[in-house]
Design a protein around this ligand. Structure first.
Ligand SMILES: *Cc1c(COP(=O)(O)O)cnc(C)c1O
Length: 466
């Protein structure tokens, strides 16, 4: 390695560490707009080479000038994003330096082996059936696509239809049953798999957003034929958990496949205290979750689990191209379990996080986030004008200020502008609400307390000035 190469990497590492060190003090939301950033990073395509250090320094300026959201900082509570553990960042740097095309064992034996090991650890940690197959796609949306492709294969095969040979055209009608509060990525995956909205039947939810099993039973009994049920663990607004055990029992009586969207909520299964909330989850047929949310590894890493490995494999890259080496027993090829060929070794940070945290470390991280969410509830509900809208069973809290949407919107806008913390807006039960998601390992009790103080200040200002 020449000096220039070493210098540019050290410069980037230094800049990244400075960024991380400054996270707790950053204005949490972005302050730069598209115009400023265009000016800073844009211009015509450079005609000639430039010093690489200038390019890296420009990224430093983009961060310094407010173009980066401190979503991995301790007081970002928007959406459900999660932070990144230091060891996961470090492993991600190594992943990039190794630059393995990790789809195939032969192209990256250490990466493929680490993925194989991480897959086994995850099954153990989440309490899934031992024979479950695992894939590492880019995110939960692609995990849905993978799992639902396996589901489609399986239920159509049960109906005597070879999906991979004959395609969907003229296949037996297949019904998909989804919860009222499903995530939009479930619809996205279904659309990409060739299912139209006429084939998607919505099962009503209770006020917390949980699928009603009696309505599911009713809908399933209304027609025969292959069916797939999509349940959810962890609603993005309320954190609500569908009664997955009951859903599995009902669906399986009708020979339907149960897919679980547990993008963040499935991690409750990793905590002995929370696991009872997701009892019966292990009876489902497939599960989708994210590592880049609650496991706190960098984007992009989703996880798909399928209790029918043969269906999983059949729905993916079933036949190998001539130039690909034949699989060798004991060597697991990551491509067999995802709809991609070339890919980065995104499972290495997962392996590193699990290897470092261990079973109790993961459970502590999940429990801590939930404790912080409860702390928000107990501190906020005593403030005037505040109403907590959900039963905060996990890490999600919904808050409404006053009786009209206006005050809630103003509180959110002023909190975002203040920069101490960041919350997003959502609509729940027809009204505007502020959404709190505690998903980062970095959030400490002091961050919750400081944030509550900031909310109190903003609320007082908005409700006392004429
Ligand atoms: C975030 C989320 C998704 C989508 O996950 P991506 O990783 O963004 O694709 C799906 N379902 C739920 C419940 C989520 O919270």
């Amino acid at each position: 390695m020449n000096r220039g190469e070493r210098e540019i990497l050290a410069r980037a590492a230094g800049q990244a560490m400075d960024y991380l060190a400054g996270l707790p003090r950053r204005h949490v939301g972005a302050t730069a707009g598209a115009d400023e950033l265009m000016k800073l990073l844009g211009g015509p395509l450079p005609e000639h080479p430039a010093p690489p250090a200038d390019t890296i320094d420009l990224l430093g300026r983009a961060a310094a000038e407010g173009g980066v959201v401190a979503s991995s900082g301790p007081r970002y509570f928007g959406y459900v994003v999660g932070g990144t553990l230091p060891v996961a960042i470090a492993a991600d740097w190594i992943t990039t330096a190794w630059d393995q095309n990790s789809g195939i064992f032969d192209l990256g034996p250490a990466a493929a082996t680490a993925e194989h090991i991480a897959a086994g650890w995850l099954i153990d940690l989440l309490g899934l059936p031992a024979h479950t197959s695992v894939g590492f796609p880019t995110g939960c949306a692609m995990a849905h696509l993978t799992a639902l492709a396996a589901a489609r294969h399986h239920v159509l095969a049960q109906a005597g239809w070879d999906m991979e040979r004959r395609g969907l055209h003229q296949a037996p009608p297949l019904r998909i049953l989804v919860g009222e509060q499903r995530h939009l990525t479930v619809d996205l995956a279904l659309r990409n798999l060739g299912f139209g909205t006429d084939q998607i039947h919505v099962v009503p939810s209770d006020p917390e957003g949980r699928m009603r099993p009696d309505d599911l039973e009713h809908l399933l009994a209304a027609a025969d034929g292959p069916a797939i049920v999509c349940a959810q663990i962890g609603d993005v607004n309320t954190g609500a958990i569908d009664p997955v055990g009951d859903i599995c029992d009902i669906a399986h009586r009708h020979s339907a496949w149960v897919h679980v969207d547990g993008a963040f909520g499935l991690w409750a299964a990793a905590s002995p205290t929370l696991r009872p909330l997701v009892a019966g989850t292990e009876r489902a047929d497939s599960w989708a979750t994210d590592a880049h949310k609650w496991l706190n590894v960098p984007y992009d890493c989703g996880l798909v689990f399928v209790a029918h490995p043969q269906a999983h494999q059949a729905a993916m890259l079933h036949t190998r191209a001539d130039y690909l080496p034949a699989g060798v027993p004991g060597e697991r090829d990551p491509i067999e379990w995802v709809p991609e060929l070339s890919r980065r070794a995104r499972s290495l940070p997962v392996w590193a996080a699990l290897r470092t945290l261990g079973r109790t470390g993961v459970a502590d991280m999940i429990d801590r986030c939930c404790a912080h969410a409860r702390s928000f509830v107990t501190q906020l509900r005593d403030l005037p004008h505040v109403r907590i809208l959900n039963d905060a069973v996990l890490n999600q809290v919904l808050v409404r200020f006053g009786d009209d949407d206006t005050l809630t919107r103003k509180v959110i806008a002023q909190l975002q502008a203040g920069g101490v913390c960041w919350f997003g807006e959502t609509t729940w039960d027809g009204a505007v609400a502020m959404r709190i998601s505690v998903t980062s390992w970095r959030t400490a009790q002091a961050d919750v307390d400081r944030t509550v103080e900031e909310i109190r200040t903003v609320l007082t200002r908005l409700t006392t000035t004429p």
